[in-house]
Design a binder for this molecule. Structure first.
Ligand SMILES: Nc1ncnc2c1ncn2[C@@H]1O[C@H](COP(=O)(O)OP(=O)(O)OP(=O)(O)O)[C@@H](O)[C@H]1O
Length: 598
């Protein structure tokens, strides 16, 4: 079963704030199931370590009773050596068990993290607009990390402590049935108290993590926009917001720490009380000659072990609460279904693809329509230049074509197929997108051009650079394809980043190109290189060029002028240029057309 199905079943059966035993079971089965040989080996080690732990107090009893009876040094030395062996063996086995449990836990959470990342990638833009990168990082990383502890420690320690406690209770009951019965009743009662106290913990942890996520989101935004913040002098506002978020994070953290301290304190009080009962009981049995001194020590040692493990179980139940809070936060993401559903798949024609928008309207939010009844056709291999003031809907049109969103009404057809019928991956592989904000990654130029795919040979990259007429630009790079770039732009200007994006798209060899021209001022050499590269890139392909300069649309077949989400005019460039009443021809006659393009 896929993780999304598990989490969707959580939603279907329960409110999002409840995770049932069966659902924990499904989670374990999905992520621990494939590692069953390791889990079995871990369980064997666990049982071995428990048996050795139970053996220790029996050897001490034998030692004390031997001192009291025959006092043979030889027997005492053998018992002492045996005890040493058992103690060492127990530690060794416990260390192996811990190693395997960690390994199993991390494997499980790595798979969970990968599934979650894949799911986040499949979600549409409205989801990503509503969640900051920092918040998602918190969920995909920190919340999943909590589950690593849960997967590894919870299994080994709850199971281990549970079995050990049962073993100790049986052994104590064999010595004295009343002793065993009283301790058993006490343990059940104390665990019930702990369980109810911890029920409250989930909401406290969730509030804390939400505050942490918001703080992480803030850091993400801050580091992303450092330049703008410094330039606009927004430092004081940023610090105010930081203090506000930090205060919230601190207060929720203090609440969870206080809760945890209160919980540990309750455990300690219950411990002291139970030890008192045991001391009185065992002393009275010893005074009445009902048990030997060795048995007295045995009972006390077992009781201490029992209480330690009871506290351990209570703590593990605490980790269960943390894990539950994590599962619920991860669960929330899994509930989010992408508004853009994958299509069944179509067979696109080869070569350039025809494009049709038919009565397309779109709104990001219910009450605000951004595109109104957009209809136009572009034959295969034709290029349309899209112009319009800022906010007129150019980028939105591009987003619909990439299926980042679906139209509210109407349809978009590519190569004769409704976009909603195509597989998303297939569709996006056929469209090359060069945006204003080119995302670079920490790595070499080669990595950035190939998206870290080592199947593309250098020769092909160099050919692409040459075919796009960018050899002069490339030769200026200090270390060629090995030039290191960083994710924040790495010293590349906006124009150079677009040059890089052109090579990326050229390597992808798409059937339709969307080009959102850089608005920033480019130096003449880069502008010339970029114009040449884009012209070569779109040659023989259908293309939609969002233009911020009239020179960009000098060679296009059609011009579309968008105004407030409506097509103001759409015709061949030649027709519009010859029509003195057209918006485009007015732009051509203007001395500073940028004003009307901004
Ligand atoms: N994610 C979003 N959520 C809500 N509204 C949005 C979103 N993105 C854009 N808009 C709104 O949609 C309208 C069209 O925006 P769009 O970005 O498509 O315009 P544009 O012509 O590309 O502008 P620019 O030239 O400045 O990039 C604007 O009113 C904008 O505020």
């Amino acid at each position: 079963m896929k993780l999304s199905q598990i989490f969707q079943s959580l939603k279907a059966r329960n409110s999002p704030t409840r995770v049932t035993l069966q659902q924990y079971g499904t989670l374990f089965a999905t992520y621990l199931g494939p590692q069953w040989p390791r889990v079995c080996f871990m369980a064997l080690l666990l049982i071995g370590s428990i048996m050795l732990d139970l053996l220790g107090p029996q050897i001490i009893r034998a030692f004390i009773d031997t001192i009291q009876s025959n006092r043979s040094m030889q027997v005492l030395s053998i018992i002492a050596l045996f005890y040493l062996g058992v103690a060492l063996g127990s530690r060794l086995v416990a260390a192996f068990a811990t190693y395997f449990s960690e390994d199993v836990g991390w494997n499980a959470t790595n798979r969970l993290r990968a599934d979650l990342t894949r799911h986040c990638l499949s979600l549409d833009r409205s989801f990503h607009a509503a969640h900051t990168p920092g918040e998602l990082l918190e969920r995909v990383d920190s919340n999943v990390e909590t589950l690593a502890y849960f997967f590894s420690q919870f299994v080994i320690r709850i199971l281990g402590s549970g079995i050990l406690m049962l073993g100790i209770l049986v052994l104590i009951a064999c010595e004295n049935i009343w002793f065993g019965a009283i301790l058993g009743a006490y343990l059940i009662m104390s665990n019930i108290i702990f369980f109810y106290v911890q029920q409250r913990a989930t909401s406290i942890y969730q509030l804390h993590w939400q505050a942490e996520a918001e703080l992480s989101g803030f850091w993400g935004e801050l580091f992303h926009g450092l330049e703008d913040i410094a330039a606009s002098g927004a430092g004081r506002y940023i610090m105010r917001r930081y203090f506000h978020l930090q205060r919230r994070e601190n207060s929720t953290e203090i609440k969870s720490i206080v809760f945890w301290a209160g919980f540990e304190c309750t455990g300690l009080i219950l411990d002291v009380l139970s030890l008192l009962i045991v001391l009185i009981l065992s002393a009275s049995l010893f005074v009445q000659d009902m048990i030997s001194l060795g048995t007295l020590v045995l009972l006390l040692t077992y009781t201490t072990q029992l209480l330690n493990h009871a506290l351990d179980i209570a703590e593990q139940l605490g980790s269960l609460q943390q894990a539950t809070a994590s599962i619920e936060r991860i669960n929330e993401i899994y509930h989010t279904q992408s508004c853009v559903q994958d299509g069944l798949g179509v067979t696109f024609p080869t070569g350039a693809l025809a494009l049709t928008f038919q009565g397309v309207s779109f709104s990001y939010e219910a009450e605000q329509t951004v595109l109104h009844d957009i209809s136009f056709q572009l034959a295969a291999g034709e290029v349309v230049g899209l112009i319009g003031r800022t906010g007129s809907g150019k980028t939105t049109l591009m987003r619909l074509l990439m299926r980042f969103y679906d139209p509210t009404s109407g349809s978009v057809y590519l190569g004769g197929h409704d976009l909603r019928q195509a597989h998303l991956d297939d569709l996006r592989a056929r469209i090359g997108l060069v945006t204003q904000e080119v995302q670079l990654f920490q790595g070499t130029l080669r990595d950035n051009l190939t998206f870290f795919a080592d199947t593309i040979p250098d020769q092909r990259i160099l050919e692409a650079i040459e075919q796009l007429g960018m050899s002069t630009w490339y030769e200026r790079l200090p270390e060629g394809l090995d030039t290191e770039l960083s994710s924040d732009g790495g010293g590349l200007s906006a124009g150079e980043a677009q040059l890089l994006a052109c090579i990326r798209v050229f390597l992808q060899d798409p059937q339709l190109i969307i080009l959102d021209e850089a608005t920033s001022r480019l130096d003449p050499a880069t502008e010339k290189a970029l114009t040449q590269a884009t012209q070569r890139l779109i040659a023989g392909r259908t293309a939609l060029v969002i233009a911020h300069r009239l020179s960009t649309v000098e060679h296009v077949d059609h011009i579309m002028v968008l105004d407030d989400g409506r097509i103001l005019e759409y015709n061949t460039r030649a027709t519009l240029a010859c029509d003195p009443t057209s918006y485009y021809s007015k732009l051509l006659r203007m001395t500073n057309p940028k004003e009307m393009l901004a």
